[in-house]
Ligand binder design. Structure first.
Ligand code: LLP
Length: 426
């Protein structure tokens, strides 16, 4: 497998990321270890920006909401798509301006809606109940919130069913048929100002055609809503651009996405006689390939198959177990040695589904080796857990060849921090 790319390389048989030797990182910080490459994040962001010079980019914080990543994103001038109070808190703390934050979510709490009112962010609403609740809270606070409805455009992208979000039966958004009614209702209410429309059709989409279909449908709705007298200031098409996880996998680039959506967006806006801002919410494209998980080999066992037992599993990277996701793996300390044996790389979690990589040709693996799992910058750490009583690992950030710790490894104290023993059990 060829792993050489702009930010990954090989030096002295070791895998490097951003010019830094991954094996020496594990000697200093231990394993497991998440490593993120700042320069790669910036480069990806700028590539996306280059394809959409006139759009607003709202980075999808759920992909990776480490504060350092959010700071980098903020410094690039991006806004954020946040999906919870915690993501909102982190995005604001990182310096992303509230007027460039869209608070998404299909089941927000009243506390979350109040937080949106208090902080002055935009809200993407997912139901009429939410509209009424938000209006009520905003009126009570003497504020007016800029809102959009998340619309379900009923587009079926070719992706894993668990990450296709714009199908008719998906839990997200309001149905195509209910959109006009929803905007009429929003126009009548105090405390909310309908200024946008939003959709997100899914994630890890490798063909831009469904985005073209979505923009057509969205612009049909924009036309109807404009006729109601709603002054739409933005049309948000969500995120979803896929990345090539597997060698040989073809993935579109942001310019391909632009080719699929911009002509329709521009022509239809013009014919309707409005000039809304286009918003996109890329997550995976910005951070996905900028992260590597370094995991130490504990055991190698020959049974029906040959298993490499490593020190991180679905607790730190759930994508393979949850979506049968493919991630390339490299023996970081033998990065230029050809594969000679077929292994399953498995985690330490008590679940038979805890398999990181199946049937991979790797050089002969021994305890003490370090396996690098590639393309884990998005939905890696952000989906981690403490299952099986495992401390979450440290994260480091590489920039211009330097290394900073951006999250310390959790301690046993962290594992138990919020547990309380009732006095009668003392
Ligand atoms: N906007 C909204 C409203 C979203 O729900 C998402 C992702 C995005 C933007 C960003 O999508 P992206 O550009 O990253 O594809 N955990 C799954 C992915 C779930 C995506 C959820 N929504 C995975 O690991 O593949």
């Amino acid at each position: 497998m060829s792993i050489i790319s702009d930010h990954l390389g090989i030096r002295n048989h070791h895998l490097t990321i951003g010019g830094v030797d991954t094996v020496s990182l594990t000697q200093k910080y231990g394993t497991p270890l998440y490593v993120l490459d700042e320069d790669r994040v910036r480069r990806n962001f700028r590539t996306f920006r280059g394809a959409f010079p006139d759009a607003d980019l709202y980075y999808a914080a759920k992909a990776n909401w480490n504060l350092s990543i959010l700071r980098i994103i903020a410094s690039e001038g991006a806004g954020a798509d946040v999906f919870s109070d915690g993501e909102l808190y982190a995005a604001l703390l990182a310096g992303i301006p509230p007027e460039r934050i869209l608070f998404n979510g299909n089941s927000k709490t009243l506390n979350e809606l109040q937080m949106a009112v208090d902080t002055g962010v935009r809200v993407s609403m997912d139901s009429l109940h939410e509209l009424y609740a938000l209006s009520d809270l905003a009126v009570k606070s003497g504020k007016t919130v800029d809102v959009a409805f998340r619309v379900n455009p009923d587009v079926s992208p070719d992706t894993h069913p668990k990450i296709a979000t714009g199908l008719a039966a998906s839990k997200f958004g309001i149905g195509y048929a209910d959109v006009v009614e929803a905007y009429k209702e929003a126009k009548k209410l105090g405390g909310v100002r309908p200024v946008g429309i939003h959709c997100h059709i899914g994630s890890q989409i490798l063909d831009v055609a469904p985005f073209g279909e979505a923009v057509e449908k969205m612009m049909d709705m924009v036309e109807q809503i404009t006729r109601l007298g709603v002054d739409l200031k933005f049309v948000d098409l969500g995120g979803g651009l896929g990345i090539p996880y597997q060698e040989g996998m073809e993935a579109p680039e942001p310019r391909d996405l632009a080719g699929a959506v911009l002509p329709t967006f521009n022509e239809r806006s013009k014919s309707i006689g409005i000039a809304p801002k286009l918003i996109l919410e890329p997550g995976r494209y910005i951070v996905g390939d900028a992260g590597v998980l370094l995991t130490g080999v504990n055991t190698v066992k020959k049974a029906a198959k040959t298993f490499v037992g490593v020190d991180s599993g679905l607790n730190l990277l759930i994508r393979p177990a949850m979506y049968d996701a493919y991630h390339e793996v490299v023996v970081a300390n033998k990065a230029d040695v050809a594969g000679t044996e077929t292994y399953d790389v498995v985690g330490p979690i008590c679940e038979s589904g805890d398999v990181i990589a199946k049937d991979r040709e790797l050089p002969s693996v021994e305890p003490g080796d370090v396996v690098a799992v590639l393309d884990v910058g998005a939905y890696g750490f952000s989906m981690s857990s403490q299952y099986n009583g495992r401390c979450r690992c440290a994260e480091v950030l590489i920039s211009a060849g330097g290394v900073d710790l951006i999250r310390g490894q959790e301690s046993y104290g962290d594992l138990l921090a919020k547990q309380v023993l009732p006095a009668r059990l003392l």
